[in-house]
Design a binder for this molecule. Structure first.
Ligand code: ADP
Ligand code: MG
Length: 694
């Protein structure tokens, strides 16, 4: 049967539904709030709420929830029913404008990084009308921002919305300087490609590490990894195909434009790319995608792993944040365009991005930092902890020529006119793809490839918006006050190349030479989360956040605290899980196998057969038991010690420098045991079971 594409967005209170269900004047006021950020009149909210409830009930909803994104990796919301009992004992459905606009969840159980004490537990959620509401499993989901009693942000959406304002404001100033009078808003656009693993549910359930930590903490390398390069874009197996189909249909109903599905490099690894959209909606969609993936997997007898490194020895999963800026009069500001005017403007916006990324490389690196991503970055699967920009040879060449005031070789077929004598022509499509760059120009957008698979894409998005807003501010200041516009543009581009050219690197980012070269260029190389997140409280970065109205100093500090705390907690849980698995599963299995061998040795000997190998095997296992037992004991003590370290930074360093290495030590011994112990006795599914069972 053919799929009915009219189902796309059928569960979304989108523009079509609004037009249909609201009076013209109500629709227009709501539209002004969505498009121009105008505050919504209470009377309008009342009418919208009622229409939204009626529509949601038609879609099968009995409840509504203020859906928000606290600083965990998950979304949250409590579910209230629409029911209000009447005096006669009937139940009527009610949903007021106030209920639509504000909620008051207890904020005390969400991370706040010291922004709120438990005695001032009140938090608020407020409707974000720029991201459409939708119905899912009998509940009307209302996207909301979540903040404390004091107005300080407790989520990832609030700073994102503030950064949208900031970048729109500054980009419009630059556009006005170019004589654009039609655009009234500049919106960042994002397309978030999502990588993930699918494994058999039954096997997943048998592993405590996967269930509690989302990644394997033990597991010897399987005989086959990804060396055959036969999985990437290979044939999609039947069960996976079914999962992808169910996923697409579930997402389409929710208005998520799921587009491209394929197998990724590692066995059991896959990717989904949506069509890009307005950043705020794309970020919500990505959160939704991750949740729907987990559910659809479960329904299909599978488990979806979104951890950055579920398996050692094969690639981990990331999330590519494709980012650009577009105007509400229809221009992509990072598209070189077709006319001279667009080309000059493009060069200016490009310069803004280059300067921003060089000035705030540390912040961008921070936006991709988490305990899981530390295993990915710097391996041969993801960029190292060094931020650089890939522009492609031709575009770099153009910039270099401008910087030196030279004439560019302009072969007619591959250049676009700028119409300004002093400016060279631009290449039409001069960029090949460079898959190793953390931040690559890909023709009409940048692709930030460092983000981890489980992370909220909102974080890297608000950092990008903010840093580019600040570059644009400086450029706008100059363009608004210059005597000779063309000459000023030339100067801006020249100075960008002179002062920030070091951030441009078109070579292979995965090599040791680049690490050395980057150090010579003075680019920061932040190799782990603990080092990377200090950027959040660097005075220059707090000043930036405050200048752009995206975060206060207190909010920056609170985010830093939360990231440190999360880092410690994650490693703590992983280490405790390892101890439990070692003591209760792996060591008993080893004991069993060693004694099986000892018994066999004695029995054979009684039968007159001497076999020293059996004895040696039993001895090696016994030795392993001693070693693993000792490391487990040491790790347990280290965890105890960690609980006594009051200073959060010291605690994080302790987890990084003491606990993680001990975990690796324990793993090495146990993984060796796995290779020796019989498959019948080994208590947990192996890598081969997990990676090749679907
Ligand atoms: P890749 O080569 O990495 O697979 P694609 O060219 O297929 O990349 O595009 C990847 C993502 O970029 C898609 O989600 C796409 O919708 C998104 N994208 C395309 N144009 C833009 C844009 N102007 N702004 C943001 N994202 C975009
Ligand atoms: Mg990509």
């Amino acid at each position: 049967m053919s799929y009915d594409f009219s189902h796309f967005g059928c569960k979304v209170f989108n523009d079509r539904v609004m037009r249909d269900k609201l009076s013209k004047s109500t629709y227009q006021s709501l539209r002004r709030s969505i498009d121009e950020g105008e505050p919504l009149e209470p009377a309008v909210a009342e009418v919208v709420a009622s229409a939204m409830k009626d529509w949601a009930v038609e879609q099968g909803a009995t409840h509504f929830t203020h859906w928000f994104q606290p600083m965990t990796t998950f979304t949250a919301g409590k579910h209230d029913s629409f029911i209000t009992p009447t005096r006669e004992g009937r139940g009527v459905l009610e949903f007021s404008g106030k209920e639509l606009i504000v909620g008051e969840p207890d904020a005390s159980s969400f991370p706040s990084g010291g922004l709120r004490n438990t005695f001032e537990a009140r938090g608020y959620t407020s409707w974000d009308c720029t991201s459409p509401a939708f119905v899912r499993e009998g509940t009307l989901y209302i996207p909301t921002a979540f903040y404390a009693y004091t107005g300080e942000a407790l989520d990832t959406k609030t700073p994102l919305l503030r950064s949208n304002e900031a970048v729109s404001r500054q980009a419009l100033r630059v556009l006005r300087a170019f004589g654009n009078t039609s655009a009234t808003r500049v919106n960042p656009t994002v397309g978030a490609e999502q990588e993930y693993f699918l494994i058999d549910r039954e096997k997943y359930e048998q592993r405590l590490d996967l269930k509690l930590c989302g990644r394997t903490l033990f597991g010897a390398r399987p005989p086959k990894g990804q060396e055959m390069e036969d999985h990437y874009c290979g044939r999609i197996r039947l069960r996976v195909r079914q999962f992808m189909r169910d996923l697409d249909e579930a997402l389409w109903e929710l208005g998520v434009p799921a587009k491209t599905e394929h197998n990724e490099a590692a066995p059991a690894q896959h990717e989904l790319a949506p069509v890009f959209g307005a950043v705020n909606v794309s970020c919500d969609h990505n959160q939704l995608t991750m949740e729907v993936m987990r559910e659809i997997a479960k329904k299909n007898g599978l488990a979806c792993l979104l951890h950055e490194k579920p398996f050692e020895g094969v690639n981990g999963s990331g999330k590519h944040n494709n980012w650009s800026l577009s105007t509400n009069d229809g221009q992509n500001l990072l598209d070189p365009g077709k006319t001279p005017y667009e080309n000059m403007q493009f060069l200016v916006f490009l310069s803004a991005v280059i300067a921003a990324v060089d000035n705030y490389a540390d912040l961008l690196r921070m936006s991709a930092a988490n305990a899981g991503n530390d295993f990915r970055l710097g391996g041969h699967e993801a960029p190292p902890g060094i931020i650089s920009i890939y522009l492609g040879e031709q575009l770099t060449d153009v910039l270099d020529h401008i910087a030196h005031g030279d004439v560019v070789d302009q072969t007619p077929s591959c250049v676009l006119e700028t119409g300004v004598a002093t400016l060279p022509k631009l290449p039409k499509d001069g960029s090949d793809r460079n898959r190793t760059s953390p931040f690559a120009f890909t023709g009409n957008k940048f692709e930030f490839r460092m983000v981890g698979a489980s992370a909220s894409v909102a974080i890297s998005s608000y950092i990008l918006n903010t840093i580019v807003a600040d570059s644009l501010r400086e450029i706008a200041d100059r363009l608004e006050n210059c005597a000779d516009f063309d000459a000023e543009i030339q100067k801006i581009v020249q100075e960008t190349v002179r002062d920030h050219g070091r951030i441009i690197f078109n070579g292979n980012n995965y090599t040791a030479e680049w690490v050395e070269e980057a150090e010579k260029r003075g680019l920061p190389n932040l190799q782990n989360t603990v080092d990377a997140i200090t950027a959040m409280t660097a005075p220059k970065n707090i000043a930036l956040m405050e200048r752009q109205g995206v975060m206060s100093g207190a909010e920056c500090h609170s985010r830093y605290e939360i990231m440190l705390e999360n880092y410690c907690k994650i490693i703590n849980i992983e280490a405790a899980t390892m101890c439990e698995m070692a003591r209760r599963q792996i060591l008993p299995a080893c004991v069993e196998f060693a004694s099986q061998n000892a018994r066999a040795y004695t029995e054979l000997k009684a039968a007159g057969i001497q076999n020293a190998d059996i004895r040696a095997l039993a001895a090696e296992i016994s030795d392993g038991i001693t070693k693993a037992g000792a490391i487990t004991g040491k790790l347990e003590k280290a965890l105890e010690q960690a609980s006594g370290i009051g200073n959060m930074l010291e605690n994080a360093r302790y987890h990084r420098d003491e606990i993680r290495p001990q975990m690796a030590e324990l793993r090495a011994v146990c993984d060796r045991m796995e290779q020796l112990v019989s498959a019948q006795v080994w208590p947990i599914p192996t890598y081969a079971d997990l990676l090749y069972r679907v």
